[in-house]
Design a protein around this ligand. Structure first.
Ligand SMILES: Cc1cc2nc3c(=O)[nH]c(=O)nc-3n(C[C@H](O)[C@H](O)[C@H](O)COP(=O)(O)OP(=O)(O)OC[C@H]3O[C@@H](n4cnc5c(N)ncnc54)[C@H](O)[C@@H]3O)c2cc1C
Length: 466
């Protein structure tokens, strides 16, 4: 059969764009269908009262300097034909993990974290070093039939101080764990490297810059991108996607379909789901985030130099859907001004406050109550942050808060579950022959994870056609 396109990609988030670049670069006829009016998905940008705000950017993880050619970031950039300079990455200054009893600092120099652990947990440092030598590899993520190994159990084999275990889990879980309470050790390993061994950076002009680079590269290579183009149904016939029905009534066909919208979401688009395939459940991990715009720079006027601060007010870090709308006993405070820049891009301060949130409770509120609760949560969140940034509340000039309900509305992620379902598809293959899943639900989360996922699915199932 002669198809108009060889590959249709559903979603122009980071994984869809990365897959598209690979395929277009090798001359495949590929089209990305994106329901929104711009690309980027969970990590896009939007205009807000005369400013451009990033939807979700705290940090690009896996940062290594340009000279380190063997690291995942360098390999991803090579695959996408982008240079390190194109990204104009500004590394972090310093990040902190603060628990009631102890505090650990880390930078993009891993030795600082080792030294911090030697100083604050002297009996643990040998175990910590052994742990870092025992981390699992990317390759293990996609090994077929792999069972989840509890990260908590593995950590206990190396570390005897429960407080250190909780402190290490806190940033790692916040930045990529789709499960409640525990996580997969392979996921833990990948995130450990991307956060602690490598590190944080920020594209100088935010996500818009990175997304534009990806879109330009894709289109220059001959890929087609259609905005405002929502996939409504995938018609399955004889175990294959036979037709892609769009919300505007158009019907498209392709040899291969790559979906980046999430596994449960992809399943709900399918007209038929094989009985032998598992019914994927949506994840429960969701967040509320407030973006505060300030009349001053936090480092200059408020003495706050930290790039990202992870705090937790209880002995054990509780990472699960909270009983209330949000869990302000823990949180992440990110200050985009506190990256190392040769010149400050803005005189306006920016602080992002993030907490675990309960989608089910948010989704039940009527419009007035929803607005009231957003304001209430903002006040609670600012109050908590003021312990670390004194006077924060007095300097807020504008603010925008989003909830899991916002995420579900804009991206279609069920329950606003940013890190997707725990029922991952590690190699991206579904039970439907020509349908692949890439991005978050392949098991690679975050900006760098999404890019890597797009590359691996395109390479493995289309270009080097296994
Ligand atoms: C608030 C927040 C903060 C974050 N912070 C960071 C961070 O600091 N660092 C980091 O590394 N990661 C961060 N992440 C995670 C990161 O954004 C994601 O892991 C990554 O962007 C996921 O990319 P993806 O391509 O897998 O999926 P998505 O970004 O979800 O892309 C899917 C795309 O599909 C489109 N779509 C959905 N349904 C349809 C349909 N039916 N038809 C057509 N198109 C459709 C959506 O509009 C979307 O554009 C954050 C996420 C959020 C929400």
């Amino acid at each position: 059969m002669d198809y108009e396109y060889e590959v249709l990609i559903i979603g122009a988030g980071l994984s869809g764009l990365a897959a598209g670049i690979r395929l277009a670069h090798f001359g495949r006829r590929v089209c990305i269908l994106e329901k929104q009016v711009r690309a980027g998905g969970l990590n896009s940008w939007y205009p807000f009262q005369g400013r451009i705000l990033d939807v979700g950017l705290h940090a690009v993880t896996n940062y290594v300097p340009r000279s380190v050619k063997s690291a995942p970031l360098a390999r991803i950039l090579r695959q996408l034909r982008l240079s390190h300079d194109d990204l104009r990455l500004c590394p972090q200054r310093i990040s902190r993990i603060i628990f009631p009893e102890k505090e650990l600092s880390f930078t993009n120099d891993f030795q600082l974290l080792v030294q911090e652990i030697a100083d604050k947990f002297p009996s643990q440092v040998d175990g910590f070093l052994k742990l870092t030598n025992s981390l699992a590899d990317y390759a293990e993520l996609s090994s077929p039939g792999r069972e989840m190994v509890s990260a908590r159990k593995v950590l206990k084999q190396f570390l005897s101080d429960p407080l250190l275990i909780e402190m290490l889990l806190c940033p790692i879980m916040f930045y990529g764990n789709c499960r409640e309470d525990d996580m997969d050790f392979v996921q833990f390993s990948i995130l450990f490297r991307s956060i602690f061994t490598e590190g944080f950076a920020r594209p100088k002009l935010g996500m818009r810059q990175l997304i534009q680079l990806l879109v330009d590269k894709y289109q220059e290579s001959g890929g087609e991108l259609r905005y405002g183009c929502q996939v409504h149904k995938l018609i399955i016939n004889q175990g294959r996607v036979a037709e892609v029905h769009l919300a505007n009534g158009r019907i498209m066909q392709a040899k291969v379909i790559i979906s980046t919208v999430g596994l449960p979401e992809t399943r709900s688009l399918c007209s038929f789901w094989p009985a032998e395939a598992k019914e994927p459940k949506p994840g429960e991990i969701a967040f509320v985030e407030s973006i505060l715009m300030l009349d001053c720079l936090p480092s200059q006027s408020l003495g706050f130099e930290t790039t990202i601060l992870f705090y937790n007010d209880t002995e054990r870090f509780v990472y699960r859907k909270p009983n209330g709308l949000i869990d302000s006993l823990s949180g992440v405070i990110c200050c985009p001004n506190n990256y190392q820049e040769d010149e400050q891009m803005s005189t306006e301060g920016l602080v992002r406050l993030t907490h675990l949130a309960n989608f089910d409770l948010w989704s039940r509120l009527d419009q007035d109550e929803y607005r009231r609760q957003k304001e209430h949560c903002l006040r609670e969140s600012v109050e908590k942050a003021e312990r670390f940034i004194r006077g924060l509340g007095r300097h807020i000039v504008a603010c925008d808060t989003f909830t899991p309900r916002t995420i579900q509305r804009f991206t279609a992620r069920q329950k606003g579950a940013v890190y997707g379902t725990p029922d991952k598809l590690p190699d991206g293959r579904t039970e439907i022959k020509n349908l692949y899943v890439c991005g978050t639900d392949q098991g690679l989360v975050g900006i760098v994870g999404a890019l890597l996922s797009g590359i691996t699915v395109a390479n493995r199932w289309v270009l080097y056609g296994a």
